[in-house]
Ligand binder design. Structure first.
Ligand code: SF4
Length: 403
């Protein structure tokens, strides 16, 4: 099976992924070590997002923050701007925490500032995040070492180690789970058989060519054994696939019965003052979108008119009184655990100095300055609608593209 997969991968695999190129520019030599930094950034971006979407974000990130030191020193605000549109912003914050953790392990304790000031890099011994790195090298060399970094699970650790160091570490991301579930026609959702799936991935792994094998497995899932319509005719494992033999490969992986997703309506106020400025607030650091900026608002109470929701939320969260005007836009946004409908009204500020009662800070900004603040994706469409309403939109721009 290993040989079949690798023989397929040679002509059909994705060989041009930029963070997986060797020093000479093409595919790395067997055992060649690659810089883990760009791979780590890419793997974290890929945790919730597809390769084609990640590519431009990864390029921008590497151009702005080319090293561990640059990442550790970057203000969170800048990270969020680089991450804007990728979603799950906590990942950007965890990368920064991880960078500090790795550097602290390389530059331990009170010697850090003195050594940095002297400009001399002094290897401190065994100093990976998990205490398993090479002398002077901040990067862990084991799955356990990588998993000590925030936001790194076993499959991300395995993927980084096999990509960077050609180490025989197994992976089990969504693509791999789907391929394995079909290979054995697993009658249960993979989440209920995690240990067995890890065992299978370990068992299949080619220990002589782990980097190529893991990439080939991911490529098979992404290019051939796709979620809805697996192209079994071009699959190197067709002859040993139980789901194919059973005649219904797309039936696998078996899914859990879906849970009902709660639905909420959120009243949002785009508040303008006499100087033409608009009011935004920065969310508290906790939670899904912690640290991002947004237009203030909150949940509609049962039986409440949406205009009343907007006025009440602005009073409760910012201690201001507004005149709620016309609706600017209404939009739906689905998260994995809830669906939200944002009903956005233009408001005119009447009285009260805005207070950050439920946020980190509030700010009056000119609408043309909004692009300097990181907003969640749903707010991007609100900004586009506001700029269009005010006649400030770029006539060439497609407002729907802002989200
Ligand atoms: S034969 Fe079809 S279902 Fe089985 S692994 Fe290949 S593509 Fe997936």
């Amino acid at each position: 099976m290993r040989q079949q997969l690798l023989a397929w991968w040679e002509p059909y695999g994705r060989h041009a992924i930029p963070w997986k190129q060797g020093a000479a520019g093409g595919r790395p030599l067997p055992g060649e070590e690659l810089d883990p930094y760009p791979i780590w950034i890419a793997e974290v971006m890929l945790q919730q997002t597809q390769l084609a979407v990640v590519l431009p974000y990864w390029q921008r990130w590497l151009a702005a923050l080319p090293s561990l030191d640059a990442l550790a020193a970057a203000p969170e605000h800048d990270l969020f701007l680089l991450w804007q549109g990728l979603g799950y912003y906590a990942r950007a914050r965890r990368l920064k925490q991880g960078a500090s953790q790795l550097l602290a392990a390389r530059w331990p304790g009170d010697r850090q500032s003195a050594d940095r000031q002297s400009g001399v890099r002094k290897p401190m011994g065994i100093e990976g995040a998990g205490g398993d790195g090479l002398p002077g090298d901040p990067w862990p060399r084991t799955v356990e070492g990588w998993m000590e970094l925030p936001g790194i699970g076993r499959t991300t650790a395995g993927s980084i180690l096999s990509s960077a160091y050609d180490q025989p570490a197994a992976i089990l991301d969504g693509n791999v789970k789907r391929v394995l579930a079909r290979l054995i026609a697993c009658p249960e959702p993979p989440a209920r058989q995690t240990a067995a799936f890890w065992q299978l991935s370990e068992q299949l792994l080619d220990r002589q060519r782990p980097r190529c094998f893991n990439q080939a497995l991911m490529d098979l899932g992404a290019l051939v054994c796709t979620p809805r319509q697996p192209a079994c005719g071009g699959c190197p494992w067709q002859g040993c696939c139980a789901a194919y033999a059973a005649g219904e490969p797309a039936h696998y992986p078996v899914k859990e019965a879906p849970k009902p997703v709660p639905f909420q309506v959120i009243g949002v106020g785009v508040v303008l003052n006499g100087a033409g400025q608009v009011l935004i607030d920065q969310r508290l650091d906790e939670g899904l979108l912690g640290g991002l900026w947004e237009f203030p608002g909150g949940k509609q109470e049962p039986g409440e008119a949406i205009e009343a929701t907007v006025a009440r939320e602005l009073r409760e969260e910012l201690a201001i009184d507004v005149a709620v005007g016309e609706e600017l836009i209404s939009l739906d946004h689905a998260y994995s655990h809830k669906k939200l409908r944002f009903v956005v009204h233009l408001c005119q500020w009447r009285s009260g100095e805005p207070q950050p009662l439920a946020s980190q800070q509030v700010r009056w900004v000119h609408p043309s300055e909004l692009s300097a603040y990181p907003f969640p994706a749903a707010n991007g469409r609100i900004i586009a609608a506001l700029l269009q309403h005010l006649g400030l939109a770029d006539p060439q721009a497609d407002p729907s593209a802002v989200a």
